[in-house]
Design a protein around this ligand. Structure first.
Ligand code: GLN
Length: 487
């Protein structure tokens, strides 16, 4: 059988360039793989086979003309909350299940300009609210390493399909951990860029002061490459930052000599799975052996991060989701007597339980009389969390932490325990609150063969440094080469 679907972007790019293979062959290999395993994994909401084959033919023609850029002809999967012109974009919510955007998100436009092949839209927790992909109106995606477990969330479909080789790479979004946590659970690489590094134009908004789009890939090199393409200033997103373009492939140097790595004391506390802790410690020792200086640092306000996030994110969500009223987009209820009823019933029927919970939490936190006690207080503590990082970064270049306190949990294990679910993002949330870049990469496996993720956090717009440390770890380990057995 053709095994092109197993390869990375950079491997395929080299072979396409030498004209040893065609994009059509890669794309067909990916769809064969989907036919083989998708029934078990259920990573996709929508597959776009016909247009994908057409795009692969167009990419091959371009390559024939001697024009090839980094993503030309490479099959990519897209989290289903990024707007794709003419292709249904559901956010895994009933309220948008018939929504076909009339425009492309900026990141999609960039992929198309490169002649990438878009193979489909991947499953997520409804409106990206969740950590397990169980909050999807299309049903749960399964973790390719153990089909009884969750792939993480909310970008669980993207993580699972990269891990199962149902695509070459994918895009996800991260508001409190939604790229890094599923990347950790599925044994792949996921980058949450600095807030403002990637345009959010065309990303369906969850919590606008936290959301970022990022790459989910099979290795660090692919991550740098895909980040190269999607990052950059965009006048259509007022939070996008105009910076000189960097070629992030420059940071692919397997050397950490001269780099100081901070280990935040507050991230190694009771409750963290001992196998996760051991694996992070092993990676820290490896970095030391390779010449990095590792030292303990403190982020004293860490314990407030989850509470702060669950005030700020729902507050912003309650405002962002006000637009789904049955008038402008998507689902509208059938029988209602008047406009007010129509709003009420549409939203009652269209949103799932977790989304409703967030809207209520957020509306409450913003209500007159409670605003100061909740939203304003949370915003103040958010500033303190940001300052903790600033202080820590006076002593080190990057931080290293576990991505999650435990490996992937069982499907159903936390559905009736929202607080338990919220805590699975305890190490990723502070990074979003501070707007910093964070990457998760494979750091080992537990005794049941489940992947464990390592998180590296950098200073604002210092993705280069973060990629360099991640690349060094990857070059000195083989965790990323292991594949789940799905057949
Ligand atoms: N799991 C977190 C939440 O439920 C983060 C989600 C995300 O990053 N989109 O809000």
């Amino acid at each position: 059988m053709n095994t092109l679907h197993q390869a990375t972007i950079h491997e395929l790019h080299d072979r396409l360039k030498k004209r040893e293979i065609t994009s059509r062959e890669i794309t067909e290999s990916v769809f064969e793989r989907i036919d083989q395993v998708e029934e078990k994994v259920r990573a996709f909401v929508t597959q776009t086979r016909e247009t994908a084959i057409k795009q692969s033919i167009a990419a091959d023609q371009r390559i024939q003309r001697g024009e090839i850029s980094l993503l030309t002809g490479i099959p990519i999967a897209i989290k289903d909350l990024l707007c794709t012109k003419g292709i249904r974009t559901t956010c895994s919510s009933k309220i948008l299940d018939n929504f076909i955007p009339p425009y492309d998100a900026t990141v999609i436009k960039k992929l198309k300009e490169e002649d990438a092949v878009l193979i489909g839209k991947t499953n997520l927790d409804e409106f990206a609210m969740g950590s397990s992909t169980e909050n999807s109106c299309f049903g749960v995606t399964r973790n390719p390493w153990d089909l009884g477990r969750v792939p993480g969330g909310s970008s669980g479909g993207s993580a699972a399909c990269v891990s199962a080789d149902e695509c070459i790479a994918a895009l996800g979004s991260d508001t409190g951990g939604s790229i890094r946590q599923p990347a950790a659970f599925c044994g792949i690489v996921g980058l949450k860029p600095t807030y403002g590094a990637v345009s959010r134009y065309g990303l369906v908004a969850f919590a606008s002061s936290l959301d970022q789009i990022g790459p989910m890939t099979k290795d660090v090199e692919d991550c740098a490459l895909l980040f190269n393409i999607i990052s950059g200033y965009d006048p259509s997103d007022s939070t996008s930052i105009p910076l000189d373009r960097t070629d992030y492939r420059k940071s692919l140097v397997a050397d950490v000599r001269g780099i100081t790595i901070g280990i935040p004391r507050e991230y190694f506390v009771e409750g963290i799975d001992p196998q996760v802790e051991n694996s992070v410690q092993a990676n820290i020792r490896l970095l030391e052996k390779l010449g990095a200086v590792c030292k303990e640092v403190s982020l004293p306000h860490t314990e407030y991060a989850v509470s702060v996030y669950y005030l700020i994110a729902p507050a912003e969500a309650s405002s962002n989701l006000a637009r789904y009223d049955g008038v402008k987009y998507g689902y509208r209820c059938k029988d209602s007597e008047n406009l007010r009823e129509m709003y009420r019933i549409t939203r009652k029927q269209g949103f799932g339980a977790e989304v409703k919970r967030r809207i209520m939490l957020g509306t409450y936190a913003l209500s007159a009389g409670y605003y100061d006690a909740y939203y304003k207080k949370a915003s103040q503590v958010r500033t303190l969390i940001g300052k903790d990082f600033e202080e820590a970064f006076k002593e080190c270049h990057v931080l290293i932490t576990p991505t999650t306190p435990t490996p992937a949990f069982q499907i159903g294990e936390k559905v009736n325990d929202p607080l338990g679910m919220y805590l699975s993002d305890i190490f990723t949330i502070p990074v979003n609150l501070a707007g910093l870049p964070g990457i998760s990469l494979p750091g080992g496996f537990n005794k049941d063969g489940l992947p464990i993720g390592i998180q590296i956090i950098g200073k604002h717009f210092e993705e280069e440094r973060l990629l360099q440390v991640a690349y060094t770890l990857e070059k000195n380990t083989d965790h990323h080469q292991k594949k789940p057995n799905l057949l």
